[in-house]
Design a protein around this ligand. Structure first.
Ligand code: ADP
Ligand code: MG
Length: 674
């Protein structure tokens, strides 16, 4: 409403003019910049009313572009006042200036300043994107404007596929996209041949007739004199201001063709505050622009991503290996039992021979309250024969309650009894795979003979398959004989057990039992010439090793992600430098700082997410190789989510600074960049 009122009052000539400059000066350099201060504009006073068609003419270097940048809110005066519709522009924040540019101005530059990677239609849509117009309305209006400027069939072309005149018409369509109340054209015909230049001038006349305010900047007096008012500038001062020769004649020129733009100018209302757009608005747009940006330098992008790929792959493998190890420990705890301890002689730390665990020691241990079973074991790989079949097999000599101690059922037949052990009866029970080795195709080998060492033993049963392995040998490959019979008939010279399995009465009693055994043996031997370990502790030690490996992978992941992140930061900084002009264009058409920041942040995140996808693939392949080589690996959704979270976080953290530096650029500096 305020705007309508302002226009009406301006049209009636009552009060504030659309644009009012008083004593405007512009200085460059000086201060902390280290360059000598030069004043380019020396106190400009200028008023422009709505609907005027003004040419600002002057020689090159006279300060015309500087003045235009001030008028369009791309830059601020060093001194003096600029009021737009009575509002002081100097006091506006960068984002408020962006809104002013978006809603009131349309720029047309000598060099067109179209974004090279976007199509004509996308270039035209840009100002409406930042104004928050929904995509279908945006596309429709851009298409209508292009059609009006005779470019309907060029909408999908990119700037390099268009002639200079066509590019300039696209730029004019862009200037009109948000209404283009004030068109600021800086040497719009400067780069064009005379025919195209004339076309552009005719277009400006038409737009002036439709009510657009037009400020045309040129060094060419002939061009300037087509305007209805000519302001002459020399060395930063206005030296003449009056009606141009074309003031009377050109008024009717475009009247017939009028009707398109001003009607179409309706969708925006520059007086009202812009809607607060949520952060995810036009994320797709930012992603699309980001995708094109990344495509520009694929090799560089790919190399930069290596760090992220390795980091993410390490995260995936690390989590999968960790989970695999955890599950295996749980499984082994189940099969090995958690009540078992191993006891053997060992050289004491202070020196001397390893101790002997005597039968009397074992009886004393068996008498301890927390101990359920004491089972001395002799076991060695020795030749076992059946007919001509001979194999080196681990022969496990243990007492009759071995299946109970190891919680290991029989698959077939029976185990030997205590009485048979005492009677030195030569009986043998086979492990699952040992049966397959010696009796292939024989479903029931009971009653058959095996030659162990040089004594015959009779097969009386087969144990169930055990599966889980601890250490190098598999229990399934072994054969089991009575302890006493084994000592007498096979291991004759050996009177000592290789080790003794002690079972606590319950898992909770393992620790007290171990402590009690230590005390007992210390008292009996007088020195620590023995060693006790338990299965749970061994598994825990194994799990600890795996955990260290997991930690190492974690470290690799962290370092890779940081290195990758620094690479991303580097690429983003380069991207910002390479695309200064694009950033300037986006700012000129009204992008807020946060729009620019969001775009480059989206690019950084897309970059790292692409690295994340590649990393997940690499992690999967590494995992498959590990599985093939026997390492337990369990992939999980958690691992995937973790990896993507890492990639996302890396992009956000390392993309933030470059995106911020892009958003803080001065629009004029950015536009001048290449
Ligand atoms: P015109 O558009 O009339 O050719 P400009 O406004 O581009 O002139 O420049 C006017 C003067 O200001 C020139 O002498 C130019 O060297 C100087 N100038 C323009 N921009 C800068 C800047 N960023 N730093 C220092 N001097 C500048
Ligand atoms: Mg210039």
């Amino acid at each position: 409403m305020a705007r309508v009122a302002a226009m009406v009052s301006a049209a009636s000539g009552a009060a504030p003019p659309l644009i009012a400059l008083t004593g405007v000066r512009k200085r460059y350099g000086g201060g902390s910049s280290g360059q000598p201060e030069t004043e380019v504009l020396h106190g400009i006073d200028l008023e422009i009313r709505a609907g005027e068609f003004v040419a600002i003419v002057g020689q090159s270097g006279s300060g015309k572009s500087t003045l235009m940048n001030l008028l369009g809110g791309l830059d601020r005066p060093s001194a003096g006042h600029y009021r737009f519709e009575g509002r002081d522009v100097a006091s506006l924040s960068p984002d408020a200036l962006a809104r002013l540019r978006r809603e009131a101005f349309g720029f047309v530059f000598q060099g067109y300043h179209l974004i090279a990677s976007e199509t004509a239609r996308e270039n035209v849509e840009l100002p409406a994107l930042y104004a928050g117009l929904p995509p279908p309305a945006r596309a429709q209006r851009a298409q209508a404007l292009l059609a009006r400027l005779g470019l309907a069939d060029r909408a999908g072309h990119r700037p390099h596929q268009l002639s200079g005149g066509q590019q300039q018409r696209v730029a004019i369509a862009r200037a009109l996209m948000n209404g283009g109340r004030v068109l600021l054209a800086d040497e719009p015909t400067g780069a064009l041949d005379s025919a195209s230049g004339a076309e552009v001038m005719a277009l400006l006349h038409q737009l002036a007739d439709e009510g657009h305010t037009i400020v045309l900047i040129t060094h060419d007096r002939g061009v300037a004199e087509q305007a209805r008012r000519v302001v002459e500038i020399r060395d930063g001062r206005i030296v003449a201001d009056g009606p141009g020769p074309g003031a009377a004649s050109s008024t009717s020129a475009g009247a017939a063709a009028a009707g398109g733009t001003q009607a179409a100018a309706a969708p925006t209302s520059p007086g009202s505050p812009g809607p607060a757009r949520p952060w995810h608005a036009d994320l797709g747009e930012a992603a699309r622009a980001a995708w094109r940006g990344m495509g520009r330098n694929r090799l560089r992008t790919g190399l930069t991503l290596l760090g992220i790929v390795i980091g993410v792959a390490s995260v995936i493998v690390m989590l999968a290996v960790g989970e695999g190890a955890r599950q295996r420990v749980v499984q082994q705890m189940g099969t090995l039992g958690t009540t078992i301890m191993y006891l053997g002689g060992s050289a004491p730390a202070e020196g001397g021979p390893p101790g002997r665990i005597t039968d009397e020691d074992l009886s004393a241990i068996a008498g301890l309250p927390d101990v359920a079973h004491v089972m001395p074991v002799i076991g060695d790989p020795i030749p076992v024969r059946r007919g001509r079949l001979e194999r080196q097999v681990y022969v496990f000599a243990a007492e009759w309650f071995m299946p109970r101690v190891h919680q290991w059922p029989l698959a077939q037949g029976r185990f030997y009894t205590e009485a048979e052990d005492r009677a030195l009866t030569p009986l043998v029970v086979l492990g699952h795979r040992a049966k397959a080795h010696f009796f292939p195709g024989d479903p029931d080998p009971r009653g058959r003979q095996l030659l162990i060492g040089d004594s015959p033993f009779e097969v009386i049963g087969t144990l169930a398959e055990r599966g889980a392995e601890s250490g190098a040998q598999s229990y399934d490959d072994m054969v089991f004989i009575p302890y006493r019979a084994g000592r007498a008939r096979v291991y004759r010279v050996q009177t000592q057990p290789d080790y003794t399995v002690v079972a606590a009465a319950s898992p909770q009693q393992v620790a007290p039992a171990e402590a009690a055994i230590r005390r007992l043996l210390l008292a009996r031997h007088g020195r620590a010439d023995f060693e006790i370990s338990n299965a749970a502790a061994r598994l825990q030690a194994e799990a600890q090793t795996r955990r260290s490996m997991t930690m190492m992978l974690g470290l690799i992941a962290a370092v890779s992600l940081v290195v990758g992140g620094i690479g991303v930061m580097n690429v983003m900084l380069m991207t910002v430098r390479e695309r200064l002009r694009e950033i300037g264009i986006r700012m000129a058409v009204g992008a807020r700082q946060r729009d620019v920041q969001r775009q480059f942040l989206t690019e950084a995140v897309l970059l790292t997410l692409a690295g994340g996808v590649a990393g997940v693939l690499a992690g999967g392949i590494t995992g498959a190789v590990l599985v093939a080589s026997g390492v337990p690996v369990v992939f999980s959704v958690r691992a995937m989510a973790g990896a993507f979270a890492c990639a996302l976080a890396t992009g956000l953290v390392f993309g933030w600074a470059p995106a911020r530096s892009a958003s803080r650029l001065d629009p004029v500096v950015a536009l001048a960049g290449d």
